[in-house]
Ligand binder design. Structure first.
Ligand code: D41
Length: 673
């Protein structure tokens, strides 16, 4: 042998050893740079000495040109399929059947994860990789030799003494990490994403150009043998796997030998818990009789061995049909589309509904009623409709339309431009929103009715005692005392709180009505601008638009609210019940009275909230600021004012109390300081 030939042989052996350490044992011996150096040297030698080239050289993993297709390969020993078990009872029955056939007390099984990949058969002649084929139908597969040889976890030469002829069977798969990286790259390039690692692996093996396959992060585990000539066959499944390892073929380290059906089920449950932490996707566990003489004795039925079974995990993805989309009205009036599905088992539970969030999502997913859709459950989260399969869309598929009126109360449904959410405009009128609207009415920053909390409101509505806030004021002590956790004393307290709540302010009253997008500040601005409820009730949308900080959307909401007969009736009843407030003169004439002033509010005000005061001041043209600086003109300090007050004094800024604030709100400007 020439010097070059010797070096080439040495380099191939070294590289094969490093591939094995890196890809099979996951324990590299040398840095990548050293590996690259060896590869470079080998390439150069092979280029200089064409006679030394060989198909099983590591330089030839990505060899040959793109092919026009895949030749058929018939499997000398058929690649069998696996029977499935879904429930514990199926496993117990499997074990019982085998014990009966074998006439034994207890059977030892090899248990290992069932990878979600592609079964392949690889042929080694005198230890050299010669061919790889897909499983196909078990009898005939496709020749994917050029693609499989790019997978560096698969040795091109077996280590040690190899048999004359060997076909090993295993699963080619894509680890999650590689799958994610591949999809990240696809996303960055604006390409289509792979649905799952299995599809990505299948796509990689079916590439016509092996150079493309070589860039896909594939791996493999081996678990079985086909033709085996010129070496003794191991006596057990475990020894078979140990022999594979010795040859440098990857076998799953999760494999365990367990006793009986009980051992199998323990293994299954333990793995199910760790399933999400494995580096690859699995869809169950495979149990195989460990004793290969027993395997032989048991034989096979049609295309599946009697001695093995796949115990599947509950599927976390399933296809079903979208039967209909209904709209649910939430507590705040938002309409949420809900998919009504043909019931399907997903992740061990029957699923017949899935939320679709909003109309934008329906558009984005291009859903039609009648579509076949993919349902997914990740962990134990709520089922999600991932996508539709447009290729399966029937001719009668229907578009999904947002209803024009609320399915609960029939009020018009509105959807603000640019907003995803559609809402029922019914408010108190809508049974779906009633409880929330009532809770808001009684809340501290609205009419502040002490003791009238969520639980009490639930009871009042459920018993039909209250449908809108005006009904609160018609409650009798007897009605209240009859409720759960309501003695005479607490009933009297609630009635007293109701009585007190009638004396309120116009901003609070407006806020309590729960007009869409009218919070405390807007309520205060409306009150300041119009002065009286009557003026506001009769204002046009254009007039409402004149209020500082009120835009066309809010103006329209406010106008619509007061235009609704149901809302008008409600307000009349509240006034009749005695709701009242000191009516102020409309400050509309004083608009701009505080223009050019920068005001800071701090501490607790007694007559109104800071938000109300701020809105009213802004309505008069003042600018509000959150912090005191040299440019501040006035600091209004309520009770318990702290650092801002100290800072204002330091800077010599005018400080006012609540009486001063009242003056400001009348449009009186502070003396220049
Ligand atoms: O992990 C797998 N997907 C897996 C598949 C496995 N761990 N063991 C398997 N064992 C067999 C027998 C028992 C027939 C040798 C299998 C498969 N078969 C298999 N894969 C695809 C069809 C059958």
């Amino acid at each position: 042998m020439s010097e070059a030939a010797a070096r080439v042989a040495a380099l191939r052996a070294l590289i094969a050893r490093h591939d094995h350490r890196y890809y099979v044992l996951d324990d590299p011996e040398v840095p990548d740079s050293e590996y690259d150096r060896l590869m470079r040297e080998l390439r150069e030698l092979e280029a200089a000495h064409p006679a030394l080239r060989s198909a099983d050289s590591p330089t030839q993993r990505v060899g040959g040109a793109a092919s026009g297709g895949f030749a058929a390969v018939s499997h000398g020993v058929p690649m069998l399929s696996l029977e499935n078990a879904f429930a514990d009872a199926d496993v117990l029955e499997f074990d019982r059947r085998l014990r009966e056939r074998l006439g034994t007390e207890a059977i030892e099984y090899c248990a290992e994860p069932k990878l979600d990949g592609l079964a392949v058969s690889i042929r080694y002649e005198r230890g050299r990789y010669v061919r790889a084929a897909t499983r196909g139908d078990g009898a005939t597969g496709e020749d994917v030799s050029a693609n499989v040889r790019t997978i560096r976890a698969i040795p091109l030469r077996l280590q040690g003494a190899a048999p004359e002829l060997l076909e090993v069977r295993g699963e080619v798969y894509m680890p999650f990490a590689g799958f994610r990286r591949l999809n990240d790259e696809a996303a960055a390039a604006g390409e289509k994403l792979f649905v799952n690692p299995r599809n990505a692996a299948a796509g990689a093996l079916r590439q016509l150009d092996p150079a493309v396959t070589a860039r896909r992060p594939l791996a493999a585990y081996f678990y079985g043998a086909g033709t085996w000539q010129g070496a003794a066959e191991p006596a057990t499944q475990r020894q078979l796997l140990e022999q594979f390892s010795a040859w440098g073929l990857r076998t799953n380290p999760e494999m365990r030998v367990v006793g009986g059906a009980a051992g199998c089920l323990d293994y299954y449950r333990a793995l199910a818990v760790r399933r999400d932490r494995l580096a690859y996707q699995i869809d169950g566990v495979v149990y195989k009789v460990n004793d290969r003489a027993h395997q032989q004795a048991l034989g096979q039925v049609s295309r599946a061995p009697r001695w093995a079974i796949a115990h599947k995990f509950p599927a976390d993805e399933a296809l079903t049909v979208l039967r209909d989309v209904e709209f649910q009205v939430g507590r705040t009036g938002v309409l949420t589309p809900v998919a009504r599905l043909e019931p399907v088992m997903v992740g061990g539970a029957s699923v017949s509904n899935a939320t679709l969030h909003n109309m934008d999502e329906i558009e984005r997913k291009d859903l039609r009623i009648g579509d076949t859709v993919l349902i997914r459950r990740a962990g134990d989260v709520i089922p999600e409709l991932t996508r539709s399969l447009p290729e399966r869309r029937p001719a009668h598929a229907r578009r999904i339309e947002l209803p024009v009126t609320c399915p609960v109360c029939g009020s018009p449904v509105t959807r603000a431009p640019g907003e995803a959410a559609a809402r029922c405009s019914g408010g108190f009128v809508c049974a779906a929103q009633r409880k929330e609207a009532l809770r808001h009415f009684a809340s501290r920053r609205a009419l502040d009715i002490e003791g009238l909390g969520e639980k009490l409101i639930d009871q009042l509505v459920d018993r039909g005692l209250v449908a809108n806030p005006a009904d609160f004021y018609g409650l009798s002590p007897g009605q209240l005392a009859g409720l759960e956790r309501m003695g005479e004393k607490s009933a009297a307290n609630v009635l007293a709180a109701l009585e007190r709540s009638k004396r309120t302010t116009l901003p609070r009253f407006l806020h309590a009505l729960g007009i869409r997008d009218v919070g405390e500040a807007t309520a205060a601005a409306l009150a300041a601008h119009f002065g009286t409820l009557d003026a506001l009730r009769h204002a046009s949308a254009e007039q409402i638009l004149e209020v500082p900080d009120v835009g066309p959307v809010i103006a329209a909401h406010v106008h619509e609210f007061f235009a609704s007969p149901a809302n008008r009736a409600l307000i009349d009843r509240l006034l009749a019940a005695g709701c009242s407030w000191p009516e102020g003169a409309p400050v509309v004439r004083a608009a701009g009275a505080l223009a050019g002033l920068t005001i800071v509010l701090t501490g607790t005000l007694a007559s109104m909230t800071r938000e109300e005061a701020g809105a009213a001041l802004q309505a008069l043209g003042a600018k509000l600021s959150g912090s005191v600086s040299k440019r501040t003109h006035v600091l209004v300090a309520g009770a318990e004012a702290g650092s801002k007050l100290a800072r204002a004094r330091e800077l010599g800024i005018t400080v006012m109390d609540e009486a001063g604030l009242a003056g400001l709100l009348r449009g009186e400007r502070p003396p220049a300081s």
